[in-house]
Design a protein around this ligand. Structure first.
Ligand SMILES: NC(=O)c1ccc[n+]([C@@H]2O[C@H](COP(=O)([O-])OP(=O)(O)OC[C@H]3O[C@@H](n4cnc5c(N)ncnc54)[C@H](OP(=O)(O)O)[C@@H]3O)[C@@H](O)[C@H]2O)c1
Length: 335
């Protein structure tokens, strides 16, 4: 079967290479899936360019996210049958409850979704709703589940709340759509006025350009009459955290998700104390969270925001687009 591989110690997008591997043989509990689509996450680019916290131990098939059709199942499989449309879970051994202590993540250390076929234990797949195409479904496992938990973990977002989404990438645009469906007001930040306009069309009430307003937290406070927001989808990380602490409101929460603004900063959690605000680390989520997300998507008829669908043969171009930042929402690959 045709796959893409990342070699050990990759440094640049050009290190992505095509390879041939034998077609996997499902064991008794396995489900073999013909992949139809995949979707890129910031993490996938970081792994390919050697900027990730985990070092590959062997050539590895990239990407955690994808969607496909069941080809065959092992003799003991009960959850799926041939023809079912499925997506993999980000963590292969986290069904629900407390996070697992080992990394069992597709795309590193496990082989990922940029392959003609993927074979995983039946517990590592989830059925996709009929309302979503393969490309749309492929965007759910990492970015979708993360946005869901960023909004719903701890104090869940409720009607009338205000949610601040940093940037207009995959996690942010999922959070925007889900927060609007939950009845919340959404403010986005972006480097681009054009992207802010696109986010408004998707339901954002306001946008703040963090390039023309480096003190964007002041704008967020102005837009909320000084009250601040109830939830921050903190994709910037340590580099933006101090500003998020300033503009989160009383009883609000900061969902710490990303590293887009670097790993250096001067955030001081003391700022949260008198506001009774909190900070939660988000590590994508369990299969249970992904299943809740799918329910919310189905009930609210939400369509994931896909900027571009790129053919499987042009995967390197998809990674280059990811690196350029010239996209809003998700980049998908069609097989
Ligand atoms: N903890 C977890 O479980 C988890 C899960 C998924 C992702 N993540 C992390 O969350 C972050 C977002 O992931 P993603 O896949 O959504 O990324 P992505 O789709 O690649 O998002 C890229 C966008 O982020 C925005 N951005 C870049 N630098 C920024 C900055 N300094 N401040 C605010 N926005 C900035 C840009 O939007 P504009 O041009 O509009 O500014 C850019 O287009 C990444 O750091 C990723 O590693 C963490």
């Amino acid at each position: 079967m045709k796959v893409y591989e990342i070699p050990v110690a990759p440094k640049r997008i050009e290190d992505l290479r095509r390879a041939e591997r034998g077609e996997p043989n499902p064991g008794p509990y396995d489900v073999l899936v013909r992949m139809r689509a995949a979707a890129l996450n910031y993490r996938d680019h970081a792994i390919l360019t050697g900027n990730y916290s985990y070092s590959l131990k062997r050539p590895t098939i990239p990407c955690s996210d994808g969607a496909g059709e069941v080809v065959s199942v092992g003799s003991a499989v009960t959850r799926f049958k041939p023809g079912d449309r499925v997506i993999p879970t980000f963590f292969q051994i986290w069904i629900d409850g407390t996070p697992p202590k080992s990394r069992s993540v597709l795309g590193a250390p496990l082989d990922g979704t940029l392959a003609e076929f993927v074979c995983l234990d039946e517990d590592g797949w989830v059925a996709v709703p009929p309302s979503l195409s393969f490309e749309e479904a492929a965007t759910l496992p990492c970015a979708g589940t993360t946005a869901w938990n960023g909004l719903m973990r701890g104090n869940p977002v409720k009607p009338g709340d205000t949610v601040l989404c940093l940037g207009t990438g995959g996690v942010s645009m999922f959070a925007l759509e889900l927060a609007c469906a939950a009845g919340a007001r959404v403010i986005v930040t972006s480097s681009s006025d054009e992207k802010i306009e696109r986010a408004r069309k998707l339901g954002a009430s306001d946008g703040v350009n963090y390039r023309s307003h480096p003190d964007w937290e002041k704008e967020v406070l102005r837009l909320t009459d000084g009250r601040g927001v109830d939830c921050v989808i903190e994709n910037g990380g340590i580099g933006t955290l101090a500003r998020s602490f300033q503009c989160v409101g009383w009883g609000g929460k900061v969902s710490l998700i990303g590293v887009l603004a670097g790993r250096e900063g001067n955030a001081n959690p003391h700022d949260l104390m008198f506001k009774s605000a909190s900070i939660h680390g988000i590590g994508v989520g369990s299969r249970g969270s992904l299943e809740q997300l799918i329910q919310a998507i189905e009930v609210n008829r939400i369509k994931p925001v896909i900027d571009r669908v790129i053919p499987f043969d042009q995967a390197a171009e998809a990674f280059a687009l990811q690196a350029s930042g010239n996209f809003l929402g998700k980049i998908a690959l069609k097989f």
